[in-house]
Design a protein around this ligand. Structure first.
Ligand SMILES: NC(=O)c1ccc[n+]([C@@H]2O[C@H](COP(=O)([O-])OP(=O)(O)OC[C@H]3O[C@@H](n4cnc5c(N)ncnc54)[C@H](O)[C@@H]3O)[C@@H](O)[C@H]2O)c1
Length: 372
C-alpha cells in the first residue's frame, strides 16, 4: 500500500508529518512511502535523507498522491491537493475540524476517509497518539522562550559584583498541558512562577512544579467529567477578574494558555488591566487563534500597548518545528499502526479511538460534533 506525504502549504506551517525514523517504521509495517520533494526542508530534512532510509521522493504533490491509499499530513491539505486524493483513500492529520467545517464537507465529497488527531479520546491507550498534548507541551515551552526573548531583563536571580538582578515574575494563566510546560520552563530559567486555573485539580500540579497557585478565595471547580474546563458564570468571572487585576500589577511576563474546548477562549485580561502592568512587561497569548485570553492580542502580531508587548504568534508548535515534527510523526505512527494488518487497512470501526477521531467516511461528515 502506498502512503503519500505532502509538503505543508498552510501559512506559518513548518512541520512535516514524517521523519526518517518514522519512515523506517512505516516501511517496516509493509508500506511504501512516497514523499513530496522538499517536504522536510523547513526542519532540515533533505530529500536525500528520506531517500537514504527508503522513501521515494516525488517531484510534486500529484506524483506523490498518484495511487496512494493513505495520505499523512500535519494540516488539512489545500483544495488543489485535496482534489487529487483518490476517492476511498484515508487521510490522517491535525485537520482542525471545528475551524474548518467547509473543508471537512469538501473532504467527504471527495470520498476521503479522514481522521483528525485533535478528536482522539484522552484515554490512556491513546496517550502515545495524543498529538494535542505533544504539540501543546512544545508550545508552552516556546511561549516562555518567546516571552523571555522579548523581555528586556534576565529571568534568574543574579548576584554579581555589579549588583543584584531580581528574578523575573512569571504568571501562567491556564495550567493544562501547555501551561504546565510553561511553568516548568520558566522555573528552569530561574523565574519566580505563579499560575492559575479554574480546575481545582490543577493547583496540586502547579505546586508540584514549584510554582504558587493563585485563585479567588472562593471559587467553584469548573472541571467537566471529561477533565476539561467549562465557562464560568458571571459571579465567578468577576472574582477571577478581581484577582487577575491584583496579580498582573506585580508580574513581568504573563503566559496565557486558557482554553475551553469548542468555545472561544475565555477573556482574562482586558486593556484596563494591561494599563496597570509594569512598563516593559510581556504577555504571550497562546490562545490568540481561538480569540485570545487578552483583548489586545492579534493573531500573527506583536502589539505594543501601554508599554507592554503582547505576543500573538500563530501556530506556536511550528516555531519549534524540528521537535514538533518528530513528536507528531511518532503520534501519527502510533495511531496508524493498530489500523493495519499485513501492510493493508484492517480498521475496527467499533474501536473507541477510531470512532473518536473519524471525521468523514462514505461521502459524509460523520463525527457527531460536526455532522448535521
Ligand atoms: N491522555 C490524557 O489523559 C490527557 C492528555 C492531555 C491532557 N489531559 C487533561 O485534560 C485536561 C485539559 O488539558 P489541556 O491542556 O488539553 O486543556 P486546554 O488546552 O483545553 O485548556 C488549557 C487550560 O486552560 C484552563 N482554563 C480554561 N478556562 C480558564 C479560565 N477562565 N481561567 C484559567 N484557566 C482556564 C483549563 O482548565 C486548562 O487547564 C487536563 O486535565 C489535562 O490533565 C489528559
Amino acid at each position: 500500500m502506498k502512503v503519500a506525504v505532502l509538503r505543508e502549504r498552510r501559512e506559518a506551517e513548518h512541520r512535516v508529518a514524517v521523519t526518517p525514523n518514522s519512515v523506517k517504521k512505516l516501511l517496516g509495517l509493509g508500506l511504501e512511502v512516497a514523499i513530496e520533494a522538499g517536504a522536510g526542508m523547513s526542519v532540515h530534512l533533505t530529500d536525500a535523507t528520506y531517500e537514504q532510509v527508503g522513501a521515494r521522493v516525488m517531484a510534486d504533490a500529484d506524483a506523490a498522491l498518484e495511487g496512494a491509499e493513505l495520505v499523512l499530513v500535519v494540516q488539512q491539505p489545500k483544495a488543489a491537493e485535496l482534489a487529487r486524493i483518490a476517492s476511498g483513500a484515508v487521510l490522517i492529520g491535525l485537520l482542525d475540524p471545528m475551524a474548518n467545517k467547509a473543508d471537512m464537507a469538501e473532504t467527504a465529497k471527495v470520498g476521503i476517509t479522514a481522521f483528525s488527531l485533535e478528536f482522539l479520546p484522552r484515554i490512556s491507550r491513546a496517550q502515545s497518539m495524543d498529538a494535542l498534548s505533544s504539540q501543546s507541551s512544545l508550545a508552552g515551552y516556546r511561549a516562555v522562550i518567546d516571552g523571555a526573548a522579548k523581555f528586556g531583563r534576565a529571568f534568574p536571580l543574579m548576584m554579581t559584583a555589579a549588583g543584584t538582578i531580581a528574578p523575573a515574575k512569571v504568571f501562567v494563566m491556564g495550567a493544562g498541558v501547555a501551561g504546565l510546560q510553561a511553568i516548568a520552563t520558566a522555573k528552569r530559567l530561574g523565574a519566580v512562577v505563579s499560575a492559575t486555573d479554574v480546575r481545582a485539580a490543577a493547583s496540586e500540579q502547579v505546586e508540584s512544579l514549584g510554582a504558587s497557585f493563585i485563585a479567588p478565595p472562593v471559587m467553584e471547580d469548573a472541571e467537566t467529567v471529561g477533565g476539561y474546563a467549562k465557562e464560568l458564570g458571571n459571579e465567578m468571572r468577576r472574582r477571577q477578574a478581581k484577582i487577575t487585576s491584583e496579580t498582573l500589577t506585580r508580574m513581568d511576563v504573563v503566559i496565557c494558555t486558557a482554553l475551553i474546548p469548542g468555545r472561544p477562549a475565555p477573556v482574562l485580561i482586558d486593556e484596563d488591566m494591561v494599563r496597570t502592568m509594569k512598563a516593559g512587561s510581556v504577555i504571550v497569548d497562546l490562545a490568540v487563534e481561538q480569540g485570545g485570553n487578552c483583548t489586545l492580542s492579534k493573531p500573527g502580531e506583536v502589539v505594543e500597548a501601554h508599554g507592554v508587548h503582547v505576543l500573538g504568534h500563530r501556530n506556536v508548535p511550528s516555531r519549534i518545528a524540528v521537535d514538533a515534527s518528530s513528536q507528531y510523526a511518532q503520534n501519527l505512527l502510533n495511531f496508524l499502526t493498530p489500523l493495519l494488518k499485513d501492510g493493508t487497512f484492517a480498521i475496527d470501526w467499533e474501536d473507541e479511538i477510531v470512532q473518536g477521531a473519524l471525521i468523514t467516511r462514505g461521502g459524509k461528515v460523520v463525527h457527531p460534533r460536526l455532522a448535521g
